[in-house]
Design a protein around this ligand. Structure first.
Ligand code: FAD
Ligand code: NAD
Length: 472
């Protein structure tokens, strides 16, 4: 444990996927590491109240929705009986198992893990508030991996337990009869999927023209169509202007394409996240923030204070766990003296709805906006044998290809398992693969991965299962 006199080679503040990945690699590279976080084990938002609990609940949602669809295949299940206590404890068990495992990995690597809140006493000394008092820790280098927190709508919102953010929504305190989700982004749509499958009547309101801003429209529209059958309503170009608590719920005032006042038992605000950059005493260092409050870093994730690095959500978009971990590993290597840079060709995005939506590299929307010449090869899942066996032919796999060099510049997939399938295309983009590399790689049959190979075949007008001859 750190006390008055203690010092460390590398101090890492924040034990999320950025912080713990950095700590583990730094220890593997021979550095003496101290990792500080408020929880008893590493994990951060992702494991305790983000990626992992949400995916456990989405798995449950998938089981419920498949059991309903099975009626069409002659298999009839009765309405599910939901034991909320058991569901919650299963989800908590998943979190405990994974965070406990990280604690063990941290101990195996001899990392000094301190449970507490860290701030800067001066530019090279941390002050750590622990349950049993304060400690000071001098460091040679530090990595700030403090993550982010949910944005709120303070000027509109009453102070009410009926108002949820992602953290309280994941606790599944109850299954409200009616739920309004504000924001059709990652969290809004994933949590809407969970609550709708558990039996809530869910309305989603989004201020822009469509769901998942950032994703290509042909991918988003496949998800949109399916959500029409799952959600009560999906309102676009509509803003919440005011909310007030009443005895039976929250009265929400809507303005825009949809106008009116509606009562919802609960309201989930999912309108983005903000960086946790208000680290106590940060002003005692040379670290600078940009105008959005993110910590400024260079390509080595070094801040404007040369001994201090920063990674993950606190340095900016995309706020994704895999981006945080990759940055963490880069920062650890730089601290260990290696000349490496954070320069991925692509950071994949996956929305774990049903169907999943995944994309990487250049999108069609970006190419159009930049006037870049591309060719898009689309393989609809209606032509995939595997998709037919799953009764899920609404999917789509598309490749964004440079017409001159035939290089794969980007890809998008919508359909069950899209999040797993996109990994092949991340590798293709990173390795500068050309369309024929994918076309000539034998993909196993019958799998959804064949849609990737057949999309490459479509590019040449030679797809086995889709008659679409090349334009002469
Ligand atoms: P975090 O995971 O936010 O961890 C930061 C840690 O630092 C926290 O434990 C915090 O308490 C601690 N901390 C902050 N300040 C201090 C301090 N002063 N002293 C000590 N400790 C401090 N991303 C994906 O890639 N895939 C997903 O499926 C996914 N699902 C998500 C679902 C939800 C509901 C949410 C909310 C997020 C999801 N994300 C997902 C995003 C993902 O959780 C974040 O991108 C990721 O956790 C960022 O990692 P990080 O290391 O930057 O910070
Ligand atoms: P988001 O940025 O994904 O989506 C927010 C949505 O809210 C946008 O569509 C935006 O237009 C809309 N919006 C903003 N203000 C609004 C308002 N006043 N009224 C109506 N709509 C409004 O943010 P999020 O869903 O809160 O998620 C935060 C971040 O967490 C994501 O950007 C992502 O980085 C991360 N995350 C990732 C995953 C995943 O990888 N599967 C899952 C959950 C969260």
């Amino acid at each position: 444990m750190a006390n008055e006199a203690e010092s460390t080679q590398l101090a890492i503040i924040g034990g999320g996927p950025g912080g713990y990945a950095a700590a583990f690699l730094a220890a593997d590279l021979g550095l003496e590491v101290t990792l500080i976080d408020g929880e008893p084990n590493p994990g951060g938002v992702c494991l305790y109240r983000g990626c992992i609990p949400s995916k456990a609940l989405l798995h449950v949602a998938k089981v419920i929705s498949e059991s309903k669809e099975a009626g069409a295949w002659g298999i009839h299940f009765s309405e599910p009986e939901i034991e909320l206590d058991k569901l919650r404890s299963w989800k908590e068990q998943v979190v405990r198992k994974l965070t406990g495992g990280l604690g063990q990995l941290s101990r195996q690597r001899k990392i000094n893990y301190i449970q507490g809140q860290a701030g800067f006493k001066d530019a090279r000394t941390l002050e750590i508030k622990k349950q049993e008092g304060k400690a000071q820790l001098r460091f040679q280098n530090a990595i700030l991996a403090t993550g982010s927190y949910p944005a709120s709508l303070p000027h509109l919102s009453p102070d009410s337990p009926r108002l949820l953010d992602s953290t309280s929504a994941l606790e599944i305190q109850d299954i409200p009869k009616t739920l309004l989700v504000i924001g059709a982004g990652y969290i809004g749509l994933e949590m809407a999927t969970v609550y709708a499958s558990l039996g809530s009547q869910v309305t989603v309101v989004e201020m822009t023209e469509g769901l998942l801003p950032g994703a290509d429209r042909d991918l988003a529209s496949v998800l949109g169509k399916r959500l029409e059958g799952v959600l009560h309503s999906l309102l676009f170009k509509t803003k919440v202007t005011h909310m007030e608590e009443e005895a039976k719920g929250i009265r929400v005032h809507l303005e825009g394409a949809e106008e009116g006042k509606h009562l919802f038992e609960k309201v989930l605000v999912a309108v983005g996240r903000k960086p946790n950059s208000a680290i106590p005493g940060l002003e005692r260092t040379q670290v600078e923030l940009n105008d959005k409050g993110f910590i400024q870093v260079n390509a080595q994730r070094q801040t404007t204070d040369s001994a201090i690095f920063a990674i993950g959500d606190v340095v900016g978009e995309p706020m994704l766990a895999h981006k945080a971990s990759h940055e963490g590993r880069i920062a650890a290597e730089v601290v260990a003296g290696r000349r490496v840079f954070f320069e991925p060709r692509t950071i994949p995005a996956v929305v774990f709805t049903d169907p999943e939506v995944a994309w990487c590299g250049l999108t069609e929307t970006e190419a159009k906006a930049e006037g870049q010449a591309i060719q898009v090869a689309r393989f609809p899942w209606a032509a995939s044998g595997r998709a037919v066996t799953l009764d899920r032919t609404d999917g789509l796999t598309k490749l964004i290809i440079d017409p001159e060099t035939e290089r794969i510049l980007g890809a998008g997939i919508v359909g069950p398992g899209a999040g797993e399938l996109i990994a092949e295309l991340v590798l293709a983009v990173e390795m500068a693969a050309v369309a024929s590399d994918i076309k000539l790689s034998i993909h196993p049959h019958p799998t959804l991965s064949e849609t990737v190979m057949e999309a490459a075949e479509v590019f040449f007008g030679q797809s086995t299962h889709l008659y679409r001859p090349a334009k002469k």
